[in-house]
Design a protein around this ligand. Structure first.
Ligand SMILES: Nc1ncnc2c1ncn2[C@@H]1O[C@H](COP(=O)(O)OP(=O)(O)OP(=O)(O)O)[C@@H](O)[C@H]1O
Length: 259
């Protein structure tokens, strides 16, 4: 399998604190790779660096061999590396379908203003985006909710809408920040199946996640971060048997490694 992302000696400092410290790993095309680690280990910071939401203090991220670190996040997204939007970027007074249509404008010719005032190009785009939005909603089993206002959605469906919005930008690599957080067993089960289908769709998926059983079930490989440093990398079985990982998780009662 080809390498799609290369994380090279990434470091990010906040004042005196080194949140991510010289982290390197490769991500292969169509891989599901999870980043785990105790609270405050630097996972979110690492994700923000990969998706260009933060600039590294040093090091770089290459996407298909091209440096993307330091680019504006929407430029990295246009190239194909997309971090799922936080719930706060969902327009709560719009319907599910409208939210997904608006998200298409990230890669569109017409401006978002055109969408609202209804210019010719925008109308043409809107038709194409509507068809694409319907396909995405169907893919995520959200069709029934297409005309529901986002503000009425329960937590699990809001997360799925976040993923739909991410898919609307046609990514090659999708970064999911805690996709199973706050989900019950049944919702997690469905979300795990959905992430697998993302891969079947041709995507490469990176996750930051605390739900260890779900991580162990879904990941091809896992990267473990502790105090900003990579302490292990490997298959779920490798990781569960890794002494450094077990040690890092000792005492973190809420985050059993799933042994
Ligand atoms: N913008 C910032 N300014 C200053 N310090 C920050 C900033 N962002 C993160 N940090 C610090 O960097 C460290 C790593 O934080 P980060 O959120 O990346 O960890 P995490 O592994 O994602 O944690 P959690 O699992 O609790 O979400 C923490 O000590 C945090 O306080």
């Amino acid at each position: 399998m080809d390498t799609i992302l290369q994380v090279r000696e990434l470091t990010r400092r906040f004042g005196g604190l080194t949140a991510v410290n010289n982290v390197s790993f490769d991500v292969r095309e169509r891989e599901i790779l999870s980043v785990i680690g105790p609270n405050g280990a630097g996972k979110s910071t690492l994700f923000k660096l990969i998706a260009s939401f933060l600039k590294p203090t040093s090091g770089e991220v290459l996407y298909r061999g091209e440096r993307i670190s330091g680019l504006a996040p929407h430029i990295a997204a246009r190239k194909g590396v997309v971090r799922t939007f936080q719930e706060t970027t969902i327009f709560r007074n719009m319907t599910v379908r409208e939210n997904v249509i608006v998200a298409h404008h990230l890669r569109s010719r017409a401006s978002l203003l055109g969408f609202f005032v209804g210019t010719g190009t925008a109308r043409e785009d809107e038709r194409a985006f509507g068809a694409s939005a319907d396909e995405i909603l169907d893919f995520l089993n959200l069709t029934e909710l297409a005309n529901e206002k986002a503000r009425n959605l329960p937590h699990g469906h809001l997360r799925a809408l976040g993923i739909a919005i991410g898919l609307a930008t046609d990514p090659a690599v999708l970064l999911l920040d805690e996709p199973f957080a706050g989900m019950n067993h049944d919702e997690t089960h469905k979300a795990v199946a959905m992430v697998r289908r993302l891969r079947e769709r041709g995507l490469t998926v990176l996750l930051v996640e605390h739900d260890m059983p779900a991580v162990m079930k879904i990941s091809d490989r896992i990267v473990v971060i502790n105090f900003g440093q990579k302490i292990a990398e490997g298959t779920p079985v490798d990781i569960q048997n890794n002494d450094r990982v077990i040690e890092a998780y000792l005492g973190a009662e809420d985050e059993a490694i799933g042994l």
